[in-house]
Design a protein around this ligand. Structure first.
Ligand code: COA
Length: 260
């Protein structure tokens, strides 16, 4: 599929989606959000894709936010719709994919950019990355899940300080906060994300998708995460992956998961 604002390529079980508007620091305009939805959906439905990595093109930015030029003259109604549609098409969508999604944060991740990184299942960053939610400096608040996911990841006090000051933190502070899992050089960022993806791919993709559901349950809709865990745990016993994983262990051989 051809896109105007993103690139998508697949190799060795990994689909890499690159937001490709470097002249606008990869800002998320409406078209980019729609294209990302399509690309994530395609990758999630592709049996050969075991892990998705999302990053930004160029050396400066992952994503510098929602495209400010598109919403500067919005009404109250349009503002609400912008947030609702974006959350549905991209941010909630990514968080709830059954395929693991890693954000490789390669520069500025601001506003919608940090919100996209936070919607991914986890994040790795290069040492030039800068992260923040600067929306209040524009007279608006984060609308793509930032007020919910940032406190989940770093705690309420740190999140509110970041939101209220509209400040940016560097990669090492983000590591210290638990916002990113690893920090490396710019050159090593994609290889590191690939290395982690390879470790993920050795395991049962079916079990991983159920783990995502169980972990996410606690954060949404007032669902009891423990109940969801019991449900997903039970379901694993009906899968071919479970039979293969346990048989392989007992037979002292490496598991070859069918992914079913
Ligand atoms: N929306 C639309 N365009 C954006 C953008 C955004 N969120 N972020 C950057 N751009 C555009 C700039 O307008 C500029 O375009 P131009 O060359 O056509 O004028 C281009 O990207 C380069 O950005 P520039 O500001 O010149 O780069 P810089 O290195 O001086 O500053 C930032 C980098 C990230 C500090 C600065 O671009 C910025 O503050 N961006 C907005 C961040 C933000 O508030 N995001 C939240 C949005 S809700």
């Amino acid at each position: 599929m051809n896109y105007n604002n993103i690139l998508s390529s697949s190799e060795n079980g990994i689909t890499t989606i690159t937001i490709n508007r470097p002249n606008k620091l990869n800002a998320l305009n409406k078209e980019t959000i729609h294209e990302l939805h399509e690309a994530f959906d395609d990758a999630n439905n592709d049996k050969n894709t075991k892990v998705i990595i999302v990053t930004g093109s160029g050396e400066k930015a992952f994503v510098a936010g929602a495209d400010i030029s598109e919403f500067a003259d919005f009404s109250v109604e349009n503002g609400g719709k912008l947030a609702a549609k974006g959350q549905e098409l991209l941010f909630d969508f990514v968080e709830n994919l059954s395929t693991p999604v890693i954000a490789a944060v390669n520069g500025f991740a601001l506003g919608g950019g940090l919100e996209l990184a936070m919607a991914c299942h986890f994040r790795v960053a290069s040492d030039n990355a800068k992260m923040g939610l600067p929306e209040v400096s524009l007279g608006v608040i984060p609308g793509y899940g930032g007020t919910q996911r940032l406190p989940q990841l770093v705690g309420k006090g740190r999140a509110l300080e970041l939101v209220m000051t509209a400040g940016m933190i560097d990669a090492n502070t983000a590591l210290n906060y638990g916002l990113v899992n690893h920090v490396t050089t710019q050159e090593e960022l994609m290889p590191l994300a690939g290395k982690i993806a390879s470790k993920i791919m050795r395991n049962s993709s079916v079990a991983i998708s159920k783990a995502i559901k169980a972990v996410n349950a606690n954060y949404k809709d007032g669902k009891d995460g423990y109940k969801e865990e019991i449900k997903q745990f039970g379901k694993c016993f009906g899968t071919e992956d479970f039979k293969e994983g346990t048989s392989a262990f007992l037979e002292k051989r490496k598991a070859n998961f069918p992914g079913k």
